[in-house]
Design a protein around this ligand. Structure first.
Ligand code: PGA
Length: 251
C-alpha cells in the first residue's frame, strides 16, 4: 500500500521569519502523525532556515525549482548540489506556473528531473492540462506527453523515487477543484502510462492531486484509489489548514 504524501507549495510567499513561524507551528500540530509523508516547498531564500526549523521532525523541505547543472556561469540560478548541501530533500519541477510564465519545456524539465535524482533528492514532477485541453477532450493526450517526455530516459529503479503531481491548470488557485471522480479518472490514466513505462514500479509511485485542495474537499479526493496525496498551494500557507489536510490523508 502507498503512503499518502502531502506537500505544500508556498510559491513566492513568506519571508524567512514567516517561514520559521509557520513551520514551528506546523511541527507541533503534526508531531504525532507518522503515517503521512509531509513536505513543504519554500522559496530559495527561506530554504536554509526552513530546514533548520523542521529539524527533529518528520517534515521534509522542498525547493520550488532548480537549474540542471552542478555549477557554472548561469547567473541567478541555483544548482541541485547547492540544494542538497543545505539539507533540501525534494524539488518541485515543471509546475504549470513555470511552464506558462517561464516557458519551460518538457525537455528542460526532463534535465531537471535527472539532475535532482543524480543528487539523491526526490523530484516532484508536475503535470496537468489547461481548460481548453480538457474541453477538447485532450487531457489524457496532454498528460501522457508530459509524462513520457518529462521522464524520458528514467529507469524503473529511479522512477520509484519520483513523485508525480497531477494539477489541472484550471483548478490551480481558482477554487475550482476537479471532482473526485474526474480526478480519479485522470490519475488512473496517468498510472497506466507509468505502468507502460516502468512496469510494476508504477503501483508504488505516488501520484498527488493538486488544484484548490482544501481541508473541506481533501477527504473525498484522498479517498480515491489512485490519489496518493496532494500538492497544496493556498491552503499550505497557514499551519492549521495544512495540518487538517495532513490529518485527512491518514489511512
Ligand atoms: P492551489 O495551488 O492549491 O492554490 O490551487 C496548487 C499548486 O499550484 O500547486
Amino acid at each position: 500500500m502507498r503512503t499518502n504524501v502531502i506537500a505544500g507549495n508556498w510559491k513566492m510567499n513568506k519571508t524567512n521569519a514567516e517561514a520559521v513561524e509557520m513551520l514551528t507551528e506546523l511541527k507541533g500540530l503534526v508531531k504525532d502523525i507518522k503515517d503521512v509523508k509531509i513536505i513543504i516547498g519554500a522559496p530559495f531564500t527561506a530554504l536554509s532556515d526552513a530546514v533548520k526549523a523542521v529539524e527533529g521532525s518528520q517534515i521534509g523541505i522542498a525547493a520550488e525549482n532548480v537549474y540542471p547543472k552542478a555549477s557554472g556561469a548561469y547567473t541567478g540560478e541555483v544548482s541541485p548540489v547547492m540544494l542538497k548541501s543545505i539539507g533540501v530533500k525534494y524539488v518541485i519541477i515543471g509546475h504549470s506556473e513555470r511552464r506558462d510564465y517561464f516557458k519551460e519545456t518538457n525537455e528542460f524539465i526532463n534535465e531537471k528531473v535527472k539532475a535532482v535524482l543524480e543528487n539523491g533528492m526526490t523530484p516532484i514532477l508536475c503535470i496537468g492540462e489547461h481548460l481548453e485541453d480538457r474541453e477538447a477532450g485532450k487531457t489524457a493526450e496532454v498528460t501522457e506527453k508530459q509524462i513520457r517526455e518529462g521522464l524520458a530516459g528514467i529507469t524503473p529503479e529511479q522512477a520509484e523515487n519520483i513523485i508525480v503531481a497531477y494539477e489541472p491548470v484550471w483548478a490551480i488557485g481558482t477554487g475550482k477543484t476537479a471532482t473526485p471522480e474526474v480526478a480519479q479518472e485522470t490519475h488512473k490514466q496517468i498510472r497506466e502510462v507509468l505502468r507502460d513505462m516502468f512496469g510494476k514500479v508504477a503501483d508504488k509511485m505516488i501520484i498527488q492531486y493538486g488544484g484548490s485542495m482544501k481541508p473541506a474537499n481533501a477527504p473525498e479526493l484522498l479517498a480515491q484509489p489512485d490519489i496518493d496525496g496532494g500538492l497544496i498551494g493556498g491552503a499550505s500557507l497557514e499551519a492549521t489548514s495544512f495540518a487538517e489536510i495532513v490529518s485527512a490523508a491518514r489511512k
